[in-house]
Ligand binder design. Structure first.
Ligand SMILES: Cc1cc2nc3c(=O)[nH]c(=O)nc-3n(C[C@H](O)[C@H](O)[C@H](O)COP(=O)(O)O)c2cc1C
Length: 385
């Protein structure tokens, strides 16, 4: 019997997969749909104190497709969707309704610009019955992130303390990937009394329309993320896990069940999903739950705690531990079609393209592995010498 349940920031979740704060978590109706698809908890769309942010421009989403030719394709999900459309009282009503009508934990999210706002909104969320509160101190369009430098760190810690003095429910702090020292800040919010950290929100970016020579979409900076964002978060979570006592919630680029597994192996307690639900629909939650259970079954795990953090700091080689022997070289198999992709890329000039199939000049091959990576038909093998 596979048990996907986890305890996150004092809350019991039936699966580690959480719907991340965004438009898909704004209303009770939308939240019910996510619950039906098996989500473990929901972080509601952020309530902003800055009123202008409650009105989003149209259009506000863009899928930026990148194509370097052939199989090198990726995309960035680029958006300018800031706050919930509601003010604090209406938002609190929705929190109350969601808490009453759904059986999974509902976590409101707030983003304020004044001390009074942080305190008032936090208290309001607690009164509305929220079982925990996420502090969005990391919005890519938000006031704190734009301060820059060490001010960002001190403001995050100050705001966390401010809120913790005001309420008793667990507080989770959502960090920005734009911090210079994410781990130190995570430790500081832990010391302040937070029960969880989210690593991470999205980056602030810019794309330019070269025909009209101006920013695309709404004409300003935007949040951007995508499947590629997972690697940065994995790196920091793996380092943070052995050093933090608070729970880590992963956010960024989780689009498949394999991504969920990776995040838990790195040390995440929960995995937040936004872009995948927005671009693939809520069915992706069922796929993630089923895929996670199938992977655990294959590996012989029956609880998520059994493999959390297995690929965290201790399992990651440092500069002195990496095996630097050149013990592998490339070998081209008979199925090579001499397509011409690999030879011009070899900076060692180790690929003899005068023959069919091509041939690796073993004395010159450095064993870097690039030719094996770019071969479209896997006709290059790395073999021990
Ligand atoms: C359209 C959109 C709106 C978002 N709105 C919020 C928000 O209101 N508050 C917040 O904390 N994060 C917000 N985020 C960030 C997501 O919660 C999440 O942290 C981020 O998108 C990374 O996860 P993903 O790769 O699964 O999308 C938003 C993201 C997107 C794409």
């Amino acid at each position: 019997m596979i048990d996907l349940s986890v305890e996150y920031a004092g809350l019991r979740l039936k699966t580690p997969i959480i719907a991340a704060s965004s438009g898909i978590t704004e209303t009770v109706e939308l939240m019910k749909n996510l619950e039906q698809h098996g989500i473990g908890a929901i972080v509601m769309k952020s309530l902003f104190e800055e009123e202008i942010c409650r009105q989003a421009p149209t259009p506000r989403y863009k899928v930026l497709r990148h194509d370097m030719g052939g199989k090198y394709r990726t995309f960035s999900f680029y958006s300018y969707e800031q706050a919930s459309v509601w003010g604090p009282d209406r938002y609190a009503q929705e929190v109350k309704k969601a808490v009453n009508e759904l059986s999974i934990p509902i976590i409101p999210s707030i983003n304020c610009i004044t001390d009074d706002g942080w305190k008032r909104y936090a208290a309001l969320m607690q009164q509305a019955g929220a079982p925990a509160l996420e502090l969005n101190v990391s919005c890519p369009h938000g006031s704190i992130v734009f301060r820059g430098g060490t001010d960002v760190a001190s403001e995050i810690i100050r705001v966390t303390e401010l809120v913790l003095n005001e309420i008793d429910i667990p507080v989770i702090v959502k960090l920005s990937p734009q911090l210079t020292a994410p781990l130190q800040i995570a430790k500081a919010v832990e010391d302040a009394g937070a029960k969880g950290v989210v690593m991470f929100n999205r980056l602030t970016g810019l794309d330019i329309d070269i025909d009209v020579e101006s920013p695309i979409l709404h004409g300003g900076y935007a949040g951007h993320g995508g499947p590629w964002a997972i690697y940065y978060a994995l790196r920091w979570i793996s380092e943070a896990y052995p050093q933090l006592h608070v729970d880590i919630s992963a956010s960024g680029g989780a689009v498949t069940a394999d991504d969920v597994v990776k995040y838990i192996l790195a040390g995440a307690k929960t995995v937040q999903v936004c872009t995948a639900i927005m671009l693939k629909g809520s069915g992706v939650i069922d796929e993630m739950n089923n895929g996670l259970a199938a992977w655990m079954n294959k590996k012989g795990y029956n609880a998520v705690d059994q493999f959390r953090g297995k690929v965290s700091n201790g399992a990651i080689k440092g500069t002195k531990d990496v095996d630097r022997r050149h013990y592998k070289k490339a070998h081209i198999l008979d199925k090579c079609t001499s397509c011409g992709i690999c030879a011009p890329l070899c900076i060692f000039d180790a690929i003899d393209s005068s023959t069919e199939p091509y041939r690796i000049v073993q004395d010159i091959c450095d064993g870097c592995g690039l030719c094996a990576e770019v071969c479209p038909i896997s006709a290059v093998e790395m073999r021990e010498v």
